[in-house]
Design a protein around this ligand. Structure first.
Ligand code: ADP
Length: 402
């Protein structure tokens, strides 16, 4: 079965095209700056490599954008499909499913109304996701459309971990609670770790650490998420590229009083000008590492703060889990930065976790164990693949419906 995975943003569409169940990536690409004169459509075929498209031209809206993707899949040169009906299903990334959607969901008009109900919780993301679903449904009416939620994997978190200690009406009337995000990534790397260890996932206790521009961790007990660092929104938890992560909640009020910021400014400052960027002016970990190694104080501080926060949560989640089988690093920073992994795991011998300095440096783009032989906890670096996980979950859902 050929499955198109769509990640629709407010002015972008990212896609990957898979042949399943072989998990074979056939093609992928993106459209950026939708609605602008200089929209950019980039796409490439996996095999034969080299069939690359890169066009800058006006793309009026998401409908026109997705039409271009489908035309490209159908084009003779790509040799991917001859008929539109060969796109047998579409898996959509949806950021927020609130408590309404706890699993992959086949989309119909009732589900679309439910997604609209979740919009207040993700005003920047859900409308764009819904638009992508509507456009794909119009262009591919025969293909089942499936929603895969960033939040769903964390719906197993118990109430004492997802509730905030605020008046109950915040939760009952306004749905304020921890939801967590990056669920497809945490779920994917957890399953990869289980398959590498050749053990059933429901017997494993893991801490998964997704360190990209956005960053989050999950405590996974017997295969199920029991806690995660992001909260009502992706702002909570770890220090990120431009997001502050955990904060004394009084700081925004204090700064509104003292510096005269309004709510929009505070929102912007905490989401876009904080995190690594706020501390040292850079949000790309490569720049930070280079400057820190040259002795610059602010990048060094940013690096230390970033890794200390991760380490603190490893300790917290080890306590929450009781027994820890493995820790998994993933995403751009987690997969590529030996320095970050080393600092995050420093002095964790108390939990039986020790990484091997050489194995940590020798990591390649595949599942790599990096713990010392004496470490009782395994430590893995595992490349994440959120789009593949969306295709897998889409296929699983369609198979169970048959
Ligand atoms: P996103 O959240 O945008 O998907 P990614 O998972 O692609 O993010 O991670 C992007 C981050 O990965 C970049 O900000 C960069 O700091 C980091 N990164 C990528 N390669 C390296 C590297 N070799 N060393 C350190 N950090 C890296």
């Amino acid at each position: 079965m050929k499955i198109l995975v769509v990640n629709s943003g407010s002015s972008s569409i990212k896609f990957k095209f898979f042949s399943m169940p072989e998990e074979k990536l056939l093609a992928g690409g993106s459209i950026e700056r939708i609605g602008k004169e200089d929209a950019r459509f980039r796409a490439s075929v996996t095999s034969p490599p080299g069939e690359v498209t890169d066009v800058v031209a006006k793309i009026g809206d998401h409908r026109e954008g997705l039409s271009k993707v489908i035309d490209w899949l159908l084009a003779k040169e790509t040799e991917l499909i001859d008929d539109i009906e060969e796109i047998e299903a579409v898996g959509h990334r949806v950021v927020h499913g609130a408590e309404l959607f706890q699993a992959p969901t086949l989309i119909d008009s009732k589900v679309l109304r439910g997604l609209a109900d979740c919009t207040a919780l993700a005003p920047l993301h859900n409308p764009a996701n819904i638009l992508g679903i509507e456009v794909a449904t119009g262009l591919l009416p025969k293909a089942p459309q499936v929603a895969i939620f960033d939040t769903a994997f964390h719906q197993s978190i118990p109430d004492f971990a997802y509730r905030y200690a605020v008046p109950e009406s915040f939760y009952t009337d306004y749905k304020v609670r921890r939801y967590g995000f990056h669920g497809t990534s945490h779920s994917y790397v957890a399953k990869q770790a289980a398959s590498y260890l050749d053990r059933p996932i429901d017997e494993l206790n893991l801490i998964t650490i997704h360190l990209g521009n956005g960053a989050s961790m999950a405590a996974i007990k017997n295969g199920q998420s029991v806690d995660t660092t992001m909260g009502l929104t992706p702002l909570e938890g770890l220090i990120m590229g431009t997001r502050c992560g955990d904060l004394d909640p009084a700081i925004p009020f204090y700064m509104m009083e003292e510096a005269g910021f309004d709510t929009d400014q505070i929102d912007n400052l905490l989401n876009k000008s904080s995190g690594l960027k706020g501390v040292c002016g850079f949000n790309d970990m490569r720049d930070i590492e280079t400057r820190a190694s040259q002795g610059e104080a602010a990048p060094k501080l940013a690096l230390n703060m970033f890794c200390y926060r991760v380490k603190k949560y490893i300790g917290a989640y080890a306590a929450a889990l009781g027994r820890l089988d493995a820790v998994v690093f993933t995403a751009g920073i987690g997969e590529n930065s030996a320095t970050v992994r080393e600092l995050c795991c420093e002095n964790l011998g108390i939990f039986g976790l020790e990484i091997d300095a050489q194995k940590n440096i020798d990591v390649q783009a595949k599942i790599c164990p990096i713990q010392k032989d004496t470490s009782t906890v395994k430590v893995f670096v595992i490349p994440t693949n959120e789009e593949l996980e969306i295709a897998i979950q889409t296929l699983d859902l369609l198979n169970t419906k048959d």
